[in-house]
Ligand binder design. Structure first.
Ligand SMILES: *Cc1c(COP(=O)(O)O)cnc(C)c1O
Length: 409
């Protein structure tokens, strides 16, 4: 690998996805390596939201539930999401947050496997996953089994396990589980497999149907660019539909909501996962945002993500030997992020943000950089590494002013 910037320019010239960047409103003075935490604004979304607020809400008022298609917005969002998840729209519900969807699906899983009291989750999973799994285990009179990595999974699997919940990509290190193989291993013991796709959807070649996954959840505001607090999604494989019983039977999931019956009768298929009235502004923004990538083959996104992270790792190895790469070096085992380990990780991230390179910090010692394939250029990777080199040379990452951390890192 050459340190020459022209090599990165050449990669951009031959990038099959280069045309996508123009669909996003990215500030000129920023290199955005945090789209894995909050995706940027798609250019069409402000206009769409203005239309929703001024015309659909402001003028048309409650008539918009029918006339503007508010009632079916979740289904349309699911249809746009389906190709990116390797699933069918009828298996996807766009609703609630990831945390709430985890609750719904873990309860569903526990009820589908009576007599199996154990939920398996990773000890160092994103905290909400652990908290929700523990609560579900308590509510069901079961127990949580916390594991560390593939060896931990192997020893945790027995006939007591109802469901295994894993994040396909580790949010700290970017390490990836082999999804198809792991799903098959979990199925061999009779347990259900729930994938958390928060750091997968919109960046990786997700193939829920082909993996024969049972359940999945994921975020709308990371690689899917739905905006802060965008609705999340959940997936229930069709093979399970007839036996599913949601623990949150809100009226939107009723077979006939406007019958206003005191008795709950679940909607068919994925419909009962709808819960209550969605946050319409956020849902319509999410539907719009999905338009920016729904026509892009997931395998093309994955290919470019690998090329971006590989270039970053090569340049860091070559130019910043004091930083340790904490993500897997084998591209197939790595999501679309690269984490660097340093005693000065927080100071480094803060000093980079001052210089317009936005990544984030994850305790205790990780500087994390996301490489969303839809809008990041290879020259952005090259320029970001140049700024890292300059920052390390200046010593700013050790500055006194970064000793105190703000609430959100
Ligand atoms: C981002 C993320 C979440 C976020 O859940 P919310 O309910 O949206 O706050 C959950 N799990 C994982 C693995 C995440 O990366």
């Amino acid at each position: 690998m050459s340190t020459d910037r022209t090599a990165a320019e050449e990669l951009d010239r031959t990038d099959e996805l280069a045309y996508l960047r123009d669909r996003f409103a990215l500030p000129d003075d920023v290199i955005y390596l945090d789209g894995n935490s909050l995706g940027p604004l798609p250019k069409t979304t402000p206009g769409r939201l203005a239309e929703v607020i001024e015309r659909e809400w402001g003028e048309n008022l409650i008539r918009s539930w029918n006339d503007a298609g508010w009632w079916t917005a979740s289904n349309r969002a699911a249809a746009r999401l389906a190709p990116l998840l390797g699933a069918r729209a009828e298996e996807i519900m766009v609703a609630d947050s990831t945390s709430v969807n985890l609750f719904k699906l873990l309860m569903i899983a526990a009820r589908l496997r009576p007599g199996r009291p154990v939920i398996v989750v990773e000890r160092h999973a994103f905290p909400t996953d652990v908290y929700i799994a523990r609560s579900v285990a308590e509510l069901c009179g079961g127990e949580l089994r916390l594991i560390d990595g593939p060896a931990g999974l192997e020893s945790a699997l027995d006939e007591c396990v109802a469901v295994v919940c894993l994040s396909q990509v580790d949010f700290r290190t970017g390490a990836m589980w082999p999804a198809e193989e792991t799903t098959a291993r979990v199925h061999a013991t009779g347990a259900l497999m729930l994938w958390d796709l928060c750091h997968s959807a919109g960046a990786l070649d997700v193939r829920l149907d082909a993996w024969e996954a049972d359940l999945a959840v994921g975020c709308g505001y990371k690689y899917l660019n739905g905006g802060p607090g965008a609705p999340a999604f959940c997936y229930v494989a069709e093979k399970l539909h007839k036996n599913v019983r949601t623990p949150l039977p809100g009226w939107h999931g009723h077979a006939n909501p406007f019958a206003m019956s005191p008795d709950y009768e679940p909607a068919e298929g994925i419909g009962q996962l709808a819960n209550g009235t969605p946050p319409m502004l956020s849902l319509l923004a999410f539907e719009d945002a999905l338009g920016a990538i729904t026509d892009v083959p997931a395998d093309a996104l994955r290919r470019k993500g690998i090329a971006l992270t590989s270039l970053f790792i090569d340049l860091i190895d070559e130019r910043c030997p004091s930083l340790a790469v904490a993500s897997p070096r084998e591209a197939a085992q790595r999501g679309s992020q690269v984490s660097l380990r340093s005693d000065y990780a927080y100071g480094l991230v803060a000093a980079l943000i001052e210089r317009g390179v936005i990544g984030d910090f994850r305790a205790p010692d990780i500087a994390r950089f996301g490489f969303p394939p839809a809008y990041l250029r290879f020259v952005d990777v090259w320029d970001a590494v140049q700024v890292i080199v300059d920052t390390l040379t200046s010593g700013d990452h050790r500055a006194e002013r970064f000793a105190v951390r703000p609430t959100v890192t």
